[in-house]
Design a protein around this ligand. Sequence first.
Ligand code: URA
Length: 263
Amino acid sequence: MNIEDKDIASLLHWYMESGVDESIGDEALDWFAISQTATQKPTKQKPVASAQKTSPRVSTDQIAEEAEKLAASCNSLDALNDAINRFDSCRLKKTATHTVFSDGNSDSNIMLIGEAPGVDEDRQGKPFVGENGSLLDRMFKAIDLNRKKDFYLTNILPWRPPGNRKPTPEEIAICMPFIKRHMELFEPKLIILLGGISASNLLKSSLGITRLRGKWTEFDLNGNKIPVRPLFHPAYLLRQPKAKGDTWKDLLEIKVKIEELSL
Ligand code: URA
């Protein structure tokens, strides 16, 4: 069979429309052949001594410590961006197309922190540029805030979890030193946490977003108590439009706080 470029393009298009938007492995696997050998009688396997010798297991704590040292060595947002781009010890980076650092006005006082890049953010290398991002922009426009001028955006994870799965606690622990340093370097006067993963991990709370939103709390940034408002994630609002009423009340309170603090 002679496969032409247009056939390949149309096959890829079909995959993307069906939600298959990434290939995880570098090489294709014949799963039919694998399932056949799995049902055959097992033969005695030789131990793979060299692989065991050359790849000692590194614990999550050790990787998080490496991230912490690297983050602490950065004295500007640009340096932190470079450092995260150079950091290869988080497995999420292997399947991501881009490291997604931030967007918006880095001279503003308001920091929005989401969960992790989605497929559009991974392709474009910027946070909240897809469908979630356009809802987010509309939400903030309703209280006269514009991302280019009034706020700064990032995520607790700079890499997209494959297939948009939830990040694991280990992945979050490894990336936590980066977001903490990001907050120290940006020095927000007001923090808005988007969604449960961002809110519960940064506030170290076991409560879900439904219990965390709707009120003000604080983040201790090196002794400075910064007001924090958790909000429903835009992806949740797209799935549950009824929750937009509660979010509108949160946004109006954010507007009042901004006026009170003269931000
Ligand atoms: N969802 C997030 O939490 N962050 C993004 O950047 C995009 C989608």
